[in-house]
Design a protein around this ligand. Structure first.
Ligand code: AMP
Length: 358
C-alpha cells in the first residue's frame, strides 16, 4: 500500500496518529464520531489522546522499527505536530498512506525552507528575510532588512521561543549567540495591525474547503483568543491559503498564520501542516469542526461544510485557569473542552472554551 490517491476508507478503518496531545485527542474523538478506530503512537502511555483512543502504542518518534510496525497496523497515518523526524515519515510512507504529505512536514520544519516555498513556489507574500549562519550574517541582515528585525532559529521554535527582536548590530550578533549559534533566519519586523489565520482542508481529489478568516490575540506569545468570523473580507487570505495547499499537493487540514497590516494587506507568517489552536472554535459553531474535516480529508471523504452558523470566540485555558471548571460549567453560554491533563503547569494548554458572540 502506498499514498494512493483514490482510496476511500469506510467506517471501521483504523487511523494511526503520531502524537498523543490534545490535538491527537480531539482528532480521535472526531474520528470515533465517523465510526473510525484510532491508534495513537506516543512516547508515553499517559497522554490526553490515550484516554479516548482504541489503542496506545508507546515508542520514540525515531524508533524506525516501531514506527514501521505501527504503519503496518493502520489504514492511514497522520500526525498532530510538525516536528515528526523526516526518516520516520519516510519509513511510514513506504508502508501506509501518510497525510499530510512529507513535503509539507519538511517545508514547515525549517523556517527558511518554508518562507522560500511560500514566496517562490506558491507565489504568496512573506516578510522580507535573510539567512543567518553566523554573527556577521546577523549584522548584515539588520543592515539589509531595516531598523528592526526578528532573528529566529530555523528549526524547533514555537510560542515565541527561539526568537529575538533586535535593533542594533551588537544586539543582532548577541542574539545569534543567545539562540545557540544554530542556523537562523532574520525577518523584517512587521508592524502588523492584527494577526489572523485561515484553517482549510484539501482532500486527495483536490476539493478544498476553508473556514472564514479568524482573528487571533496572543498573550505572552501564546494564543489567548480566536474569533470567527471577523466581519472583514476573507477573500485574499483564503486565496493565498488555497495557493499554498495546491503547491504542496496537500491532503488534510492546514492552518496559515498571517500578519495583517494597517492598509488591510496580508503576508504569511507561517504554516502549520495540521489542525491548529486557532481552529478550535469550529467545535461549537455549527459547522464541520476542523478535526472532523481533517479526518474526512485523509480518509478520502467529501469535505463537510466550513460555514459557521454563528460567530464564536475561543479562549485557551492555560495552567491554573482550568481550576475554574465549576464556575465555567455554570455558564450556559460556554462550551467546555478539557484535555484530560492531570499535571497543571504555568502556561500549559489545559483546555479551551467556546462562546457564541454577536
Ligand atoms: P512565530 O513563532 O514565527 O509564529 O512568531 C511568534 C509571534 O512573534 C508571532 O505571532 C508575532 O506576534 C511575532 N512575530 C514573529 N515574526 C514577526 C515579524 N517578522 N514581525 C513582527 N512580529 C513577529
Amino acid at each position: 500500500m502506498n499514498n494512493s490517491k483514490t482510496s476511500i476508507l469506510a467506517p471501521g478503518s483504523i487511523i494511526g496518529i503520531l502524537g498523543g496531545g490534545q490535538l491527537g485527542r480531539m482528532l480521535a474523538l472526531a474520528a470515533a464520531r465517523l465510526g473510525f478506530i484510532t491508534y495513537i503512537y506516543n512516547p508515553s502511555a499517559n497522554c490526553p489522546a490515550a484516554q479516548v483512543a482504541a489503542k496506545i502504542i508507546v515508542g520514540a518518534y525515531d524508533d524506525i522499527a516501531a514506527i514501521q510496525k505501527f504503519a503496518q497496523s493502520v489504514d492511514v497515518m497522520t500526525y498532530e505536530f510538525e516536528n515528526v523526524p523526516s526518516a520516520t515519515a519516510e519509513a511510514a510512507v513506504a508502508l501506509c498512506p501518510v497525510f499530510p504529505p512529507k513535503i509539507a512536514l519538511e517545508t514547515a520544519q525549517d523556517r527558511m525552507t518554508e518562507k522560500d516555498f511560500i514566496a517562490n513556489k506558491a507565489g504568496v507574500p512573506v516578510a522580507p528575510n535573510h539567512t543567518v549562519d553566523n554573527e556577521f550574517d546577523a549584522k548584515r541582515a539588520l543592515n539589509i532588512l531595516g531598523d528592526k528585525i526578528v532573528i529566529k532559529t530555523r528549526r524547533m521554535g514555537y510560542d515565541g521561543k527561539g526568537q529575538q527582536i533586535v535593533e542594533t548590530d551588537d544586539a543582532a550578533m548577541a542574539a545569534f549567540k543567545d539562540l545557540g549559534s544554530v542556523p537562523c533566519i532574520a525577518e523584517k519586523f512587521i508592524p502588523f495591525a492584527r494577526e489572523v489565520s485561515v484553517v482549510a482542508a484539501r482532500n486527495s481529489v483536490g476539493d478544498i474547503a476553508a473556514y472564514p478568516l479568524i482573528e487571533n490575540e496572543h498573550r505572552n506569545h501564546i494564543l489567548h483568543k480566536s474569533t470567527c468570523p471577523t466581519h472583514s473580507d476573507d477573500g485574499q487570505a483564503q486565496a493565498y491559503t488555497i495557493k499554498i495547499l495546491q503547491a504542496l499537493d496537500y491532503v488534510g487540514v492546514m492552518a496559515v498564520e498571517f500578519f495583517q497590516l494597517a492598509d488591510g494587506s496580508i503576508i504569511v507568517n507561517e504554516i502549520a501542516p495540521r489542525v491548529h489552536n486557532s481552529g478550535h472554535w469550529t467545535m461549537d459553531a455549527g459547522c464541520t469542526d476542523q478535526f472532523e474535516l481533517h479526518i474526512r480529508a485523509i480518509t478520502g471523504w467529501p469535505l463537510g461544510s466550513t460555514q459557521p452558523l454563528y460567530r464564536t470566540e475561543m479562549i485557551n485555558l492555560l495552567g491554573d485557569d482550568v481550576q475554574d471548571w465549576l464556575s465555567l460549567a455554570k455558564d450556559p453560554n460556554v462550551k467546555i473542552h478539557f484535555y484530560g491533563k492531570s499535571d497543571i503547569r504555568k502556561g500549559r494548554k489545559m483546555g479551551h472554551i467556546n462562546r457564541r458572540v454577536s
